[in-house]
Design a protein around this ligand. Structure first.
Ligand code: PHE
Length: 436
């Protein structure tokens, strides 16, 4: 392993940073919207299934490649597969940059909504407010502000920037979401929300679009397919039990998404707003929820502000991991962290102006990134790890004797479960004409 590479200070530093990457807008915004649209509990069950059956093995693959090579995705693929694989490393880096460019735009909206909650509350026409927040110079400005914060934190380095931010923000986020879920339980009418969220309609389990959305969401939410987890694991010592860490990360990520659903569903159903959900990708969160917060009166302002603040916290730790993939790849070639962060961060911020000004572009970028690039990246990583990277199995089990027991199961999942499922999802996503 390379001398002088930065390191996490230990197990919890790594875990918090990785959970910070996983838990983000995907858990609250994307998950709630997709769950509402895809029949609630059936979607949740499928999402849990995909998290365990394909998310977990691919997460373990990324962590193995990162820790074993001590490099970002480009260096890791070259280390295990030779220079021919460089191009795939590049694709993951570009995918990360693309995602960050629009992710930061949505994060900018959440930041704006948090300040609206503090300054004036959520009264007024929610739709008109969303139009104002999500268009024009304002949207660009808040996006740039969010990117500047991300750049400043990543420039601080692995321990002082990434790890410190995650350690401070993740427990806070968890407490806020837990508190909101408890509060939501006290709303009269919450039970209709629980029913919609938790009672599965078994027929939906075999509904193709539900399956595809659930698989894509498992990948997006676990930050898989573009090297974020790989990069973080490259800052790990060799004595970690990777299967155990992967399980902790996957379950925490699922846990927060599940909790967020326990906030969103009761709130929406208690206020009778379920008909409004699912009209557009962003409708569930940015229009319906502020509407609900307004209707809740005084408590709604506090609840809403906290909800959006939690989104900001989650978005920030995820954005950090997205930028770190590109930055680590530049550092691997000898460029200084400071320069890499500034230059790459500025480029991604500039790219984000496009989705900041056009919701159409934003939606298109999200579909391409979530269902095509991440899923395609995950497919390549699964096949590469099990068929090309010769030492991967021994590298996975290094450092923890117990880990070796999981090798056969892991191999099976990477060969026979993940590839057909991911391939199918990819084909399905590519076949949607509306994408282009
Ligand atoms: N997992 C993050 C979320 O749920 C998004 C993300 C995707 C972050 C890919 C890094 C890489 O919001």
């Amino acid at each position: 392993m390379e001398q002088g590479r930065e390191r996490f200070s230990g197990r919890y530093g790594f875990l918090l940073a990785a959970v910070g990457s996983a838990v983000g807008l995907g858990n609250m915004w994307r998950f709630s919207y997709l769950a509402a649209e895809n029949g609630g509990a059936s979607f949740v069950l499928l999402y849990l299934f995909f998290t365990l059956v394909i998310g977990l093995p691919v997460l373990l693959a990324e962590m193995t490649l990162g820790r074993g090579s001590g490099r970002g995705p480009i260096g890791a693929l070259v280390h295990y597969g030779g220079p021919r694989w460089r191009i795939f490393g590049w694709i993951t880096v570009v995918a990360g940059a693309l995602i960050l460019s629009y992710y930061s735009v949505i994060a900018g909206w959440t930041l704006r909504y948090t300040t609206i909650g503090v300054a004036s509350g959520f009264a007024g026409d929610a739709g008109a407010r969303f139009d104002a927040v999500s268009s024009g110079g304002g949207a660009v400005g808040w996006h740039l502000g969010f990117m500047a914060t991300t750049i400043a934190l990543v420039a601080g380095g692995v321990k002082k920037g990434i790890e410190r931010t995650a350690t401070a923000l993740m427990p806070l986020l968890f407490l806020i979401v837990l508190g909101l879920a408890l509060y939501a339980a006290t709303l009269p009418g919450a039970s209709a929300g629980y029913r919609a969220y938790l009672a599965p309609r078994l027929t939906d389990l075999w509904h193709l679009p539900v399956i595809v959305d659930a698989a894509g969401q498992a990948f997006f939410s676990l930050s898989l397919g573009m090297g974020a987890m790989l990069t973080f694991a490259s800052y790990l010592e060799r004595d970690h039990d990777l299967p155990r860490e992967a399980l902790v990360i996957a379950l925490s990520d699922f846990g927060v998404a599940f909790l967020a659903g326990l906030v969103v569903f009761p709130v929406i159903y208690a206020l009778g707003l379920q008909g409004d959900v699912g009209e557009s990708t962003v409708g569930a969160l940015f229009i319906t929820l502020p509407h609900a917060f307004d209707a809740m009166g005084g408590a709604g302002r506090l609840v809403g502000t906290l909800f959006f603040a939690a989104l900001v916290l989650g978005a920030l730790t995820s954005a950090i991991s997205l930028l770190e993939v590109a930055v680590a790849s530049a550092i691997d070639t000898g460029i200084s962290r400071r320069r890499a962060t500034l230059v790459l961060g500025a480029m991604i911020a500039a790219l984000g102006v496009l989705p900041a000004l056009s919701l159409d572009w934003l939606g298109r970028m999200d579909t391409i990134a979530g269902n095509v690039l991440l899923v395609g990246g995950g497919l390549v990583i699964a096949l590469f790890t099990t068929f090309v990277a010769r030492d991967a199995e021994s590298d996975m089990a290094v450092g923890a004797p117990r880990a070796a027991r999981f090798v056969p199961l892991w191999r099976f999942a990477l060969r026979f479960l993940a590839p057909p499922l991911l391939f199918f999802v990819l084909l399905y996503a590519l076949g949607i004409p509306a994408l282009f």
